[in-house]
Ligand binder design. Sequence first.
Ligand code: GLN
Length: 248
Amino acid sequence: MKELKLLYLYPDMLELYGDYGNIQVLKYRCEKRGIKLIVDKYSIGYEAPNFKEYDIVFAGGGADNEQSILSEDLVKYSENIKQAVENGTFFLLICGAYQLFGKYYKGVEGNIIPGLEIFDYYTEAASDRKKRCIGNIITEVELDGEKTKVIGFENHGGQTFNVSTPFGKTAYGNGNKFEDSEEGYFQKNVIATYLHGPLLSKNPKVADYIIQYCLSRKEGTNVTLEALDDTLEEKCREQLLEKFMREK
Ligand code: GLN
Protein backbone atom coordinates (compact mmCIF):
# COMPACT_ATOMS: atom_id res chain seq x y z
CA MET A 1 0.00 0.00 0.00
CA LYS A 2 1.23 3.49 -0.85
CA GLU A 3 1.92 5.69 2.15
CA LEU A 4 2.29 9.38 2.93
CA LYS A 5 3.37 10.83 6.27
CA LEU A 6 1.99 14.03 7.72
CA LEU A 7 3.27 15.98 10.71
CA TYR A 8 0.61 17.97 12.56
CA LEU A 9 2.22 20.86 14.45
CA TYR A 10 0.79 22.10 17.77
CA PRO A 11 -2.66 20.48 17.46
CA ASP A 12 -3.50 21.60 21.00
CA MET A 13 -2.72 25.26 20.28
CA LEU A 14 -3.27 25.86 16.59
CA GLU A 15 -6.77 24.66 15.75
CA LEU A 16 -9.46 27.17 14.84
CA TYR A 17 -12.70 26.92 12.85
CA GLY A 18 -12.25 23.25 11.98
CA ASP A 19 -8.66 23.43 10.72
CA TYR A 20 -8.21 19.79 11.74
CA GLY A 21 -10.78 18.97 9.05
CA ASN A 22 -8.02 19.57 6.51
CA ILE A 23 -6.21 16.48 7.75
CA GLN A 24 -9.44 14.47 7.70
CA VAL A 25 -10.04 15.48 4.08
CA LEU A 26 -6.49 14.53 3.06
CA LYS A 27 -6.88 11.18 4.83
CA TYR A 28 -10.25 10.51 3.18
CA ARG A 29 -9.08 11.42 -0.32
CA CYS A 30 -5.89 9.38 0.12
CA GLU A 31 -7.76 6.31 1.40
CA LYS A 32 -10.24 6.43 -1.50
CA ARG A 33 -7.19 5.89 -3.71
CA GLY A 34 -5.58 3.19 -1.61
CA ILE A 35 -3.01 5.52 -0.05
CA LYS A 36 -2.43 5.38 3.69
CA LEU A 37 -1.93 8.75 5.39
CA ILE A 38 0.03 8.42 8.61
CA VAL A 39 -0.47 11.38 10.97
CA ASP A 40 2.06 12.21 13.72
CA LYS A 41 1.63 15.08 16.13
CA TYR A 42 4.14 17.47 17.63
CA SER A 43 3.63 20.03 20.37
CA ILE A 44 5.55 21.63 23.25
CA GLY A 45 7.15 18.94 25.44
CA TYR A 46 7.13 16.26 22.70
CA GLU A 47 10.31 14.66 21.37
CA ALA A 48 11.82 16.76 18.58
CA PRO A 49 10.40 15.70 15.21
CA ASN A 50 12.59 14.65 12.29
CA PHE A 51 11.15 16.87 9.59
CA LYS A 52 12.93 14.85 6.87
CA GLU A 53 10.62 11.89 7.57
CA TYR A 54 7.50 13.74 6.44
CA ASP A 55 5.82 14.38 3.10
CA ILE A 56 3.45 17.02 4.50
CA VAL A 57 3.60 19.39 7.44
CA PHE A 58 0.33 20.97 8.58
CA ALA A 59 -0.32 23.74 11.10
CA GLY A 60 -3.58 25.60 11.72
CA GLY A 61 -4.66 28.97 13.04
CA GLY A 62 -4.39 30.29 16.57
CA ALA A 63 -4.96 33.41 18.61
CA ASP A 64 -2.16 35.88 19.39
CA ASN A 65 -1.77 34.42 22.87
CA GLU A 66 -1.13 30.88 21.62
CA GLN A 67 1.17 32.22 18.92
CA SER A 68 3.31 34.02 21.50
CA ILE A 69 3.50 30.92 23.71
CA LEU A 70 4.56 28.52 20.98
CA SER A 71 6.80 30.86 18.96
CA GLU A 72 9.75 30.26 21.30
CA ASP A 73 9.41 26.50 20.82
CA LEU A 74 8.87 26.73 17.06
CA VAL A 75 11.91 28.91 16.32
CA LYS A 76 14.14 26.18 17.84
CA TYR A 77 13.41 24.25 14.64
CA SER A 78 13.88 27.09 12.18
CA GLU A 79 16.93 25.51 10.48
CA ASN A 80 15.28 22.07 10.19
CA ILE A 81 12.05 23.55 8.86
CA LYS A 82 13.94 25.74 6.40
CA GLN A 83 15.75 22.67 5.08
CA ALA A 84 12.47 20.77 4.77
CA VAL A 85 10.97 23.65 2.75
CA GLU A 86 14.06 23.69 0.52
CA ASN A 87 13.94 19.90 0.10
CA GLY A 88 10.37 20.13 -1.17
CA THR A 89 8.36 18.85 1.80
CA PHE A 90 4.82 20.19 1.42
CA PHE A 91 3.69 22.80 3.99
CA LEU A 92 0.02 23.68 4.49
CA LEU A 93 -0.20 26.62 6.88
CA ILE A 94 -3.40 28.30 7.98
CA CYS A 95 -3.72 31.82 9.39
CA GLY A 96 -1.75 31.92 12.69
CA ALA A 97 0.73 29.35 11.30
CA TYR A 98 0.98 31.31 8.02
CA GLN A 99 1.96 34.38 10.04
CA LEU A 100 4.58 32.48 12.11
CA PHE A 101 6.51 31.38 9.01
CA GLY A 102 7.22 35.02 8.16
CA LYS A 103 9.60 37.47 9.81
CA TYR A 104 7.42 38.44 12.77
CA TYR A 105 3.94 39.12 14.08
CA LYS A 106 3.42 42.47 15.80
CA GLY A 107 0.51 42.43 18.23
CA VAL A 108 -1.92 45.27 19.00
CA GLU A 109 0.24 46.44 21.92
CA GLY A 110 3.32 46.55 19.72
CA ASN A 111 4.71 43.30 21.15
CA ILE A 112 6.78 41.34 18.66
CA ILE A 113 6.28 37.59 18.28
CA PRO A 114 9.31 36.28 16.38
CA GLY A 115 8.59 34.22 13.28
CA LEU A 116 10.65 31.51 11.63
CA GLU A 117 11.85 34.04 9.01
CA ILE A 118 11.59 31.40 6.31
CA PHE A 119 9.63 33.77 4.08
CA ASP A 120 10.08 37.53 3.73
CA TYR A 121 6.58 38.64 4.64
CA TYR A 122 5.66 40.08 8.05
CA THR A 123 2.39 40.67 9.86
CA GLU A 124 1.18 43.54 12.02
CA ALA A 125 -2.10 43.58 13.91
CA ALA A 126 -4.52 46.36 13.05
CA SER A 127 -4.21 49.13 15.67
CA ASP A 128 -7.90 48.90 16.55
CA ARG A 129 -8.44 45.54 18.25
CA LYS A 130 -12.05 45.50 17.12
CA LYS A 131 -11.17 45.91 13.44
CA ARG A 132 -10.62 42.46 11.98
CA CYS A 133 -10.92 40.82 8.59
CA ILE A 134 -13.88 38.56 9.28
CA GLY A 135 -16.14 36.75 6.84
CA ASN A 136 -16.37 34.51 3.85
CA ILE A 137 -13.69 34.80 1.21
CA ILE A 138 -13.04 33.66 -2.35
CA THR A 139 -9.51 33.58 -3.71
CA GLU A 140 -8.77 32.95 -7.39
CA VAL A 141 -5.74 30.70 -7.63
CA GLU A 142 -3.83 28.81 -10.29
CA LEU A 143 -2.64 25.30 -9.46
CA ASP A 144 -0.59 23.42 -12.05
CA GLY A 145 -1.82 25.82 -14.72
CA GLU A 146 -5.48 25.31 -13.82
CA LYS A 147 -7.51 28.26 -12.50
CA THR A 148 -9.86 27.59 -9.59
CA LYS A 149 -11.85 29.59 -7.04
CA VAL A 150 -10.87 28.74 -3.49
CA ILE A 151 -13.61 29.27 -0.89
CA GLY A 152 -13.03 29.83 2.81
CA PHE A 153 -13.64 31.86 5.93
CA GLU A 154 -11.22 34.44 7.34
CA ASN A 155 -10.90 35.92 10.82
CA HIS A 156 -7.68 37.80 11.47
CA GLY A 157 -6.56 41.09 12.89
CA GLY A 158 -3.06 40.61 11.45
CA GLN A 159 -2.27 42.41 8.21
CA THR A 160 0.40 40.65 6.18
CA PHE A 161 2.82 42.75 4.12
CA ASN A 162 5.59 42.10 1.60
CA VAL A 163 4.26 38.85 0.16
CA SER A 164 6.35 38.09 -2.93
CA THR A 165 4.16 35.29 -4.37
CA PRO A 166 0.55 35.34 -3.09
CA PHE A 167 -1.65 32.25 -3.10
CA GLY A 168 -4.20 34.06 -5.24
CA LYS A 169 -6.27 37.11 -6.03
CA THR A 170 -9.14 38.08 -3.75
CA ALA A 171 -12.48 37.93 -5.56
CA TYR A 172 -14.58 38.38 -2.42
CA GLY A 173 -13.52 39.24 1.15
CA ASN A 174 -10.29 40.83 2.40
CA GLY A 175 -7.18 38.70 1.95
CA ASN A 176 -3.74 39.56 3.34
CA LYS A 177 -4.92 42.99 4.50
CA PHE A 178 -8.19 44.90 4.71
CA GLU A 179 -9.75 44.96 1.24
CA ASP A 180 -6.59 43.57 -0.31
CA SER A 181 -6.44 42.22 -3.85
CA GLU A 182 -4.12 39.38 -2.80
CA GLU A 183 -4.37 36.49 -0.40
CA GLY A 184 -1.87 34.12 1.20
CA TYR A 185 1.59 33.01 0.17
CA PHE A 186 2.35 30.31 -2.41
CA GLN A 187 5.20 28.35 -3.83
CA LYS A 188 4.99 24.89 -5.40
CA ASN A 189 5.36 23.11 -2.05
CA VAL A 190 3.84 25.75 0.25
CA ILE A 191 0.28 26.97 0.64
CA ALA A 192 0.05 29.54 3.42
CA THR A 193 -3.38 31.11 3.64
CA TYR A 194 -5.88 32.91 5.84
CA LEU A 195 -8.62 30.53 4.71
CA HIS A 196 -10.21 28.45 7.41
CA GLY A 197 -13.33 26.64 6.59
CA PRO A 198 -11.86 24.02 6.61
CA LEU A 199 -10.02 24.92 3.45
CA LEU A 200 -9.77 21.44 1.91
CA SER A 201 -13.37 20.31 2.44
CA LYS A 202 -14.62 23.28 0.44
CA ASN A 203 -11.85 22.94 -2.12
CA PRO A 204 -11.14 19.31 -3.08
CA LYS A 205 -8.92 20.48 -5.95
CA VAL A 206 -6.53 22.00 -3.45
CA ALA A 207 -6.48 18.73 -1.48
CA ASP A 208 -5.70 16.77 -4.64
CA TYR A 209 -2.99 19.24 -5.65
CA ILE A 210 -1.27 18.49 -2.32
CA ILE A 211 -1.69 14.71 -2.55
CA GLN A 212 -0.50 14.63 -6.14
CA TYR A 213 2.49 16.82 -5.37
CA CYS A 214 3.51 14.63 -2.41
CA LEU A 215 3.10 11.32 -4.25
CA SER A 216 4.95 12.56 -7.32
CA ARG A 217 7.81 13.81 -5.16
CA LYS A 218 7.96 10.54 -3.23
CA GLU A 219 7.88 8.34 -6.32
CA GLY A 220 10.11 10.61 -8.40
CA THR A 221 7.65 10.60 -11.29
CA ASN A 222 4.58 12.59 -12.35
CA VAL A 223 1.70 10.74 -10.71
CA THR A 224 -1.86 11.17 -11.99
CA LEU A 225 -4.51 10.73 -9.29
CA GLU A 226 -7.60 8.66 -9.92
CA ALA A 227 -10.59 11.06 -10.12
CA LEU A 228 -13.12 10.91 -7.26
CA ASP A 229 -16.84 11.56 -7.44
CA ASP A 230 -17.09 15.15 -6.18
CA THR A 231 -20.67 15.78 -7.34
CA LEU A 232 -21.85 16.81 -3.88
CA GLU A 233 -18.78 18.91 -3.20
CA GLU A 234 -19.22 20.68 -6.55
CA LYS A 235 -22.92 21.36 -5.85
CA CYS A 236 -22.05 22.83 -2.48
CA ARG A 237 -19.33 24.98 -4.06
CA GLU A 238 -21.69 26.27 -6.74
CA GLN A 239 -24.19 27.34 -4.09
CA LEU A 240 -21.56 29.07 -1.96
CA LEU A 241 -19.99 30.85 -4.92
CA GLU A 242 -23.36 32.02 -6.15
CA LYS A 243 -24.38 33.23 -2.68
CA PHE A 244 -21.17 35.17 -2.06
CA MET A 245 -21.14 36.75 -5.52
CA ARG A 246 -24.75 37.85 -5.01
CA GLU A 247 -23.76 39.53 -1.73
CA LYS A 248 -20.84 41.31 -3.32
N1 GLN B 1 -3.88 35.84 15.85
C1 GLN B 1 -3.90 36.07 14.47
C2 GLN B 1 -4.72 37.26 14.01
O1 GLN B 1 -5.73 37.59 14.61
C3 GLN B 1 -4.34 34.77 13.80
C4 GLN B 1 -5.78 34.42 13.98
C5 GLN B 1 -6.16 33.13 13.32
O2 GLN B 1 -5.35 32.20 13.21
N2 GLN B 1 -7.42 33.03 12.91
O3 GLN B 1 -4.36 37.85 13.03
